[in-house]
Every structure is written in C-alpha cells, then in structure tokens.
Write a protein that binds this ligand. Sequence first.
Ligand code: SDX
Length: 467
Amino acid sequence: MDELHMNTKDITALVLDAAKKARKETSGEGGYASRTSIAWPVNCIVGPGLEGAIACESKIGYVNGVKGALIYRGYDIFDLCAYSTFEEVSYLLIFGKLPTSAQLNGFKKELIEARKITETLRMLMGFPVEKMKAMSALRMGTNFLRHEFSYIDQDDHEIDLKSVIGSDEDSIPMETVPRGEKHAIYEFKRKKRRKTSSRHLHSAAGYKSCYSLISGIACIAGAVNRLREGRLPIEPREDLSHAGHLLYMMTGRMPTPAEERIMDISLILHADHGMNASTFAAMVVASTLSDLYFSVGAGIAALNGPLHGGANEQVIRMLQEIGSVDNVKPWFQRAQLEKRKIMGFGHRVYKAYDPRARVLRPMAEYLAASNKEAAKLFKIAGSLEKITVSSLGKEKKIFPNVDFYSGILYQALGISPHMFTPIFAVSRVSGWAARVMEYMQNNRIFRPRAIYSGTFDEKYVPIRNRR
Ligand code: SDX
C-alpha cells in the first residue's frame, strides 16, 4: 500500500500536532473576550471597507486575530478537524449543536437526496461552460438549482405587493443617530402557495434550500470541472461522503481514504470565517428578503475576487514563477521593491498565523510526499514562508493565510487551479447558509451610509456652454 493509502489516523495525528504547536505558541495571548448579547445601537470605530464595523450579533463563528484562533459554535477548529466531518460541521453551523447520530443520518440523507440535480445539469450543459470561468458557471448553476427546486419561479408564487414596505422607510436621514430598531421592519406577507406544482419544490429561503445548495454546489463544481475537460458530468452516487463524492465527481475516480479525509478536513477549515466579504454579501442579499439561492450566488460572486477567494490559484502561479528554492530570496526582494502583495499572506483579521494554514501545511506536505510537482512547490512555499514571516511578520503582522498551502494540497489531489475557488465555495456555502438562516431570525435590511464629501448648489450649465 503506498503512503497515501495509510489509514487516516496519521492525518488525525498531523492535526493534533498542529493544534499542540499552535496552543504552545499562542498560550501567552490571553483568552477570548466572552460577550453577552448586544444592546443596539452600539459604538464602534469604523475604518474604510467597514473595517471594525459591527454588522450583527452571531453565535456561529468567532475569529481571534491576535491568538490566531477559529471557533465554530464554541468548538475549536483543531478539534473539529481532528474528530469531525464536513457534514457534521455543516449541521453544527446551521443548527447550533453537534447532531445525534439519528440527526446526522437524517441530515446526510437530505444531502444525498439533494445530489440529484438532473434538470440543473441539463440547463448547465446548454451553456459553453468549457469557455467560462469556473466561478461564473458555478454562480449560474445556483440559478438553475433555484429554478429546479424552489417554487419561487413558478407562476403560483407572487409576493402580495400590497404588504411591501419601501426600503427607504428604513434608511434614516444622514443627520440622525441610528435608532437601533430591535425588530425586523420588513415582512412581505407571502400569499399562501396554491398546491398546483406537482414537483417536490420547497421554499427558496428555508432549510431545504440549505441542503439543496450544500449538495448542489458540490455537484455543480464536479460537473463544471468535467465539462471544462470536455467530458460529461458523472452520475451522483449515494455511497460516498460529501468530501469523497466531491472528489469523485471532480476527478472521475474513487479517492483513497487519505485523500477523502484530507479533502474533508479542508472543507471543514473553509466552512465559516466571521463577516468575510462573501458571507457579508450573502447576508446583504438575504436581508432584502430575496432568497438563499440568490444569496449564495452573491457569495460566489464576492469570493471570486483574488483578494478574497481567488488567492490560492495566484499562489500556485507565484510559486511556479519563482521556480526554485534558490530563486525565492531574489524574487522576494524584487517583490518588496515593487510593493507586490505576496499571495496567500496577510489577513484583515489575523495578525498571527492563520490556524487553517497550520492544518493545511502538514496535509499539503503529507500529499507532497508522493507527488513530485507538489513536493517542488511545497519546498518553494516553505522557503517563501520563512523569508516573508522573518521580514513582514514582526513589523506588519503578515503571516500565511488559508490560501497559502491549500492550492498545493488541491493540486496534489488532482484538482486544477481553476477549480480551487469553486472548492472554497463548496465549503463556504455551509457558512453562508448558516449565517443567512441566523440573521433572518431577526432580519433588518443592511443599509450603511456613505459620508458625502461632494459639493452643493452647483448651477446647471447647458451642454453648449460647457468647456
Ligand atoms: C481570505 O475575511 C476573511 O476571513 C477572508 C478569508 C475567509 O476565510 O473568508 O480568510 C479568506 O480572503 C484570505 C486572504 C486571501 N487573499 C490573499 O492572500 C491576497 C493577499 N493578501 C492581501 O491582499 C491582504 O493581506 C488582504 C486583502 C488579505 C488583507 O489586507 P488588509 O487587511 O486590507 O491590509 P492592507 O491591504 O491595508 O495592507 C496593510 C499593509 C500594507 O502595507 P503599508 O501600505 O501599510 O506599507 O500590509 C501590507 C500592505 O502592503 N500587506 C502585504 C500583504 N498584505 C498586506 N504586504 C505584502 N504581502 C501581502 N500579502
């Protein structure tokens, strides 16, 4: 049996070693500030890009940038990687507690059922997917899922417009202080749906849409990869875990236990991360009472940006551009002179080592042990990490983030760079769904302000007199 086929206890040991190292290195960084619930309105110092702004209260996930810690519903990410699975973590994020075995089996059954996306794939194959950016095809796929599984596109579902409250009624004049309205002002009174649609459709904003998107996005990612390779999508199976099924749908071959476990841990690591840009985008769309399919589509659109989700693809390009360990130092010095951002480094919140990178690094190394190309990239990455942290770590708190090693790991699993960000979305859809479902419990449309620094009392000049 080769290295990769070792049973997955070795991988648990890698995670626990990473946990021990992290806890040792950050033991001096104090504990977590426990918070009771917020009494709105709150004071916060806000920087550009809403940096520091408190958008809402949440019990879903906590990121401690100083300690470099990540918590999902009170559980430390290292423990979840060592002992849990992506299905169990998705349940935890959405429902707020670890499931009993009956609850987990029921949840898994829903996810397996939601793998059957025949009509969605038929619609997807009507487009030149092989010529599209994978993230664009993925986002398009969310609209097909919405059409196939929710009644919202059926004629028997109109909103009772009489009950609609214009969004302006909630935006307060610039000069007044936020009221901190406690309860949702918007409630569209949906007409009771006539039971006309024969198909098994569900609301586009309920838990069923969570299952349909968590499974559907994974199957669409698999199909997009196959179509881009000029092949047909693979029929879904019922006998594989979410991670195993994703790899199978992507590569067309059964993953080894080690590959399946490493993909599962990577999906756990990417599932939620506080108010990151894509989660916030998903919540903003949901707050208008749109629906979860459109919210996830907005999340995919935001994640597409290289400052957010697309960095791991850039990391591979960067490591290939460096080309050898000997070239790391001259390359880094040139990058510094050109004020280039090193992809896979730095973070808006983490001013310490990203705990996710702490787990992804040894898993990438594990896979690289039997993959020549990955081994070469891993060596270059290790040397780049050393020189970057020694020059930017102390002074600018620039450390590796989640994207620095994930690309090497995915490439070693047989996934090409154009699918890295879609895989990020396959995982983050659980976090997006959980955060949207939580926020909708006490919804309020997101409507921040902009400070107007323009002019006033301009006189209109007809175009013939303009110079
Ligand atoms: C993710 O929000 C999330 O949680 C996101 C995420 C998630 O799980 O959802 O964690 C996923 O987005 C990971 C980040 C992936 N992106 C990259 O790896 C791209 C490279 N990183 C940078 O673009 C940057 O670090 C950001 C965008 C991630 C964060 O940047 P900030 O906090 O807005 O910081 P900044 O751009 O204002 O930079 C502050 C200083 C600057 O130097 P000075 O002008 O003060 O001299 O730090 C420097 C920057 O030049 N800096 C870097 C750097 N990142 C910041 N210098 C070199 N390389 C970098 N990567």
